[in-house]
Design a protein around this ligand. Structure first.
Ligand code: FAD
Length: 322
């Protein structure tokens, strides 16, 4: 029997998030001939993102475009998704493992009485069985799981699956007739974002992270310069956040964000297990630390023993010239 895959796509500042294209690709990896993929896009003024999404797969983009959905609010988004789910019965719903995805997925799982697997990093169809891989023990090991019976929900960790690319023929775009909830509800008047850089940390291809070794808020400046040259984002250890050198929004690790960039440069970070939990799956790890015994060197692909205030500006200078 053919299956229906539903990808819940997200936008940020009017642009489609890359993790949504990765979730589409995950659906492609899981599906078999005859299976259907529907991408659901919720928000306001979605023409551009809907077209971008449609270019990347064969199937259907269901657009729920309404002023009430301009900013994410669990109650309005779940109301809209519930309406969509009354017209589709998906076998598998895929979310990005983002703040929004992590909030919505369990609510949808509860409504559908479905099993959920979170933080999936790989997906494969093995003779009709869909196998999901996810990290356990703070990234020290991976487990493979299957969902048994009925519908299933997964959230997908960003930057682990190649995003879906242009399809030979685009998906059909259909508008969903959303009925706003008439009862009393919360309304978002304004969104004030903390200044955390132009590039989303969890989706950045390059992350330059600072630890207690940066010594002050000003100490992050050389890291920001390097990030600018490499089109990357700046992150931090909890040590740096606790010391007040930067905002907690930058914290990477067990109790912070999980990142899996192509290049992770750790500057003045010792490499505590709780920090490694958030970055050890990065493709290439470069550590800069003046202590040759620092544990970060055990997970690093390249290590530079030296003072970050000398090494980082040199790297910036070299990359500028490259
Ligand atoms: P330190 O351990 O103090 O290391 C600083 C490093 O900088 C040293 O290795 C030093 O050699 C180097 N250094 C100093 N000066 C220079 C210089 N000029 N040039 C180059 N190198 C220099 N931590 C996280 O990061 N993320 C988490 O999510 C997190 N969650 C936690 C949850 C729990 C429940 C607990 C108990 C802890 C958690 N921690 C987390 C904290 C963690 O255990 C470490 O304390 C923290 O990661 C240390 O930060 P750090 O490496 O910046 O500081």
């Amino acid at each position: 029997m053919s299956k229906t895959f539903m990808v819940v796509a997200e936008t940020r500042d009017g642009k489609l998030r890359q993790v949504s294209l990765e979730a589409l690709q995950a659906a492609e990896l899981a599906k078999e001939d005859g299976d259907q993929v529907t991408a659901v896009l919720l928000g306001y003024e979605l023409e551009g993102p809907a077209e971008e999404l449609a270019r990347c797969f064969q199937g259907r983009v269901l657009v729920v475009d309404h002023p009430d959905l301009k900013s994410y609010l669990a109650e309005t988004y779940i109301s809209a998704l519930s309406q969509v789910l009354s017209s589709i019965t998906p076998d598998l719903v895929l979310f990005g493992h983002t703040t929004v995805g992590r909030d919505l997925a369990p609510q949808v799982a509860s409504r559908l009485q479905a099993g959920q697997i979170s933080d999936v990093t790989a997906i494969e169809n093995s003779g009709g069985d869909i196998i999901y891989t996810r990290p356990v023990y703070a990234g020290k090991a991976f487990e493979k799981k299957r969902l048994i019976g009925g519908s299933g929900i997964i959230t997908l960790r960003p930057n682990n699956i190649t995003p879906a690319g242009p399809a030979s023929s685009p998906a059909e775009i259909a508008a969903f007739d959303y009925t706003p909830a008439s009862s009393l509800r919360s309304v978002i008047k304004d969104v004030v974002r903390k200044a955390t850089g132009k590039i989303d940390l969890t989706e950045a291809k390059v992350v330059i992270s600072g630890g207690r070794g940066v010594k002050s808020a000003e100490g992050f400046k050389p890291l920001e310069d390097l990030a600018e040259v490499l089109h990357g984002a700046v992150g931090a250890s909890r040590g740096a956040c606790d010391a007040g050198y930067c905002d907690y929004a930058l914290q990477i690790g067990q109790t912070g964000k999980v990142v899996t960039p192509e290049i992770y440069i750790a500057c003045g970070i010792s490499g505590a297990i709780q920090h490694l939990a958030g970055m050890s799956q990065s493709r290439v790890i470069i550590a800069i630390n003046k202590d040759p015994e620092a544990p970060i060197f055990k997970v690093a692909d390249y290590g530079i023993v030296g003072d970050l205030f000398e090494v980082v500006p040199l790297l910036t200078q070299e990359f500028k010239q490259a």
